[in-house]
Design a protein around this ligand. Structure first.
Ligand code: NAD
Ligand code: ZN
Length: 264
C-alpha cells in the first residue's frame, strides 16, 4: 500500500473505532469480500465461479421444487460448479477478519453478525450470534418444517433425502435464486438491524436485497455505518466512515482498537 493510502486507512480505522466503541448495539454485516483472503473467490468477476460456469438460473428454487431428485443428482455430480464450489469451501479456513469479529462478540461488544456468506467460516472462527441470511453450505433444511441438519449426517441413498422429523423434502440450506429467505433467520436479522445503532459492513457490494437494505435503514434512523471494502460501493456515500482496505487486514486492527477504547 502506498504511504498516503496507508495513512488514510489508519486514520479511517481510528475514526471507525471511536464511533464503534460508543455504540450501544453493534452489529456486523458481511459478504463475499470477507472470505477472499480465505481463498474463496467472489462469484462474479475474474476467477469467479459464475464467470466460469455461467450464472445459476434465476428460477433455481422453482427448478428444485419441480424435480428435487434431479436437483440433488446435479448437486452430487462429480463434475460441475457445485463440486468445485464445495471443494473450495471445504478447503477454506477463517482469516484474521473472521477471528476479529469473533473476538468482538466474545468481548460482549458485537451483538449480532449478519452474513450473506454460506461458507461457515464465521462459525469456524467462533462467532455464535450469527444470522446466515443466505444459509450455510454445511447444512440441509427441510422445505416443510425448516429444521436444519448437518449435511454429512443425512443418508443420500434415496434421493431426494427426507426430513427425519416430518418426512418433508430436504434441500441444501443455501438459499437459491427465487427462494424466500427462511423466516426464522430473516426475523433475527430484522430484530438486530432495528436495535442497531452502529453497523460494520465488511466485504459486501450492498446490492443483494434484503441484506443491502439494513445499513441504509440504520443510517436513516440516525445510526452509524462503518464500511470496510477495498473499493467504493453504493454504501460509501452514506457511510460515516469508509475504510478502503481488505477485511482481513482492517478488521483485526479495528477490533483491537475498539477493545482498547472500551478499556477491556
Ligand atoms: P459481492 O460479490 O457482490 O461483493 C463482494 C464485495 O467484496 C465487493 O464490493 C468487493 O469490492 C469486496 N471485496 C473484495 N475483496 C475484498 C476484501 N479483501 N476485503 C473486503 N472486501 C472485499 O458479494 P456479496 O455482497 O456478498 O453478494 C454476493 C452473493 O453471493 C451473496 O449473496 C453471497 O451469499 C454469495 N457468495 C458467498 C460467498 C461465500 O460464502 N464466501 C462467496 C461468493 C458469493
Ligand atoms: Zn421437516
Amino acid at each position: 500500500m502506498a504511504e498516503d493510502a496507508a495513512t488514510r486507512v489508519s486514520a479511517g480505522i481510528e475514526r471507525a473505532a471511536t464511533i464503534s466503541a460508543r455504540a450501544q448495539y453493534l452489529v456486523a454485516l458481511t459478504g463475499a469480500g470477507m472470505s477472499v483472503e480465505s481463498g474463496i473467490p467472489p462469484f462474479r468477476g475474474p476467477g469467479g465461479l459464475w464467470t466460469k460456469y455461467g450464472e445459476p438460473p434465476m428460477n433455481g428454487y422453482q427448478r428444485f421444487l419441480a424435480d428435487p431428485a434431479q436437483a440433488w443428482r446435479e448437486r452430487l455430480s462429480p463434475q460441475g460448479p457445485m463440486r468445485e464450489l464445495w471443494e473450495t469451501l471445504h478447503a477454506a479456513q477463517p482469516n484474521p477478519g473472521h477471528h476479529a469479529l469473533a473476538r468482538l462478540e466474545s468481548a460482549g461488544i458485537l451483538r449480532c453478525l449478519i452474513t450473506q456468506n454460506v461458507d461457515n467460516l464465521h462459525r469456524l472462527a467462533g462467532s455464535q450470534a450469527i444470522a446466515e441470511i443466505h444459509g450455510n453450505y454445511m447444512l440441509v433444511r427441510c422445505i416443510e418444517c425448516s429444521r436444519r441438519f448437518a449435511g454429512d449426517e443425512i443418508p443420500l441413498e434415496a434421493l431426494p433425502p427426507r426430513c427425519p422429523h416430518c418426512q418433508g423434502i430436504l434441500k441444501n440450506d443455501s438459499v437459491f435464486f427465487g427462494e424466500p429467505i427462511p423466516t426464522d433467520v430473516l426475523g433475527r436479522c430484522f430484530d438486530a438491524a432495528e436495535q442497531c445503532d452502529c453497523m460494520i459492513v465488511a466485504g459486501t457490494s450492498a446490492t443483494v436485497y434484503p441484506a443491502a437494505q439494513f445499513p441504509f435503514d440504520v443510517r436513516q434512523r440516525g445510526g452509524d455505518v462503518i464500511e470496510i471494502n477495498p473499493y467504493a460501493t453504493e454504501l460509501t456515500p452514506i457511510a460515516s466512515v469508509s475504510v478502503h482496505g481488505p477485511a482481513a487486514v482492517v478488521l483485526p486492527e479495528l477490533a483491537m482498537r475498539i477493545i482498547q477504547l472500551r478499556g477491556m
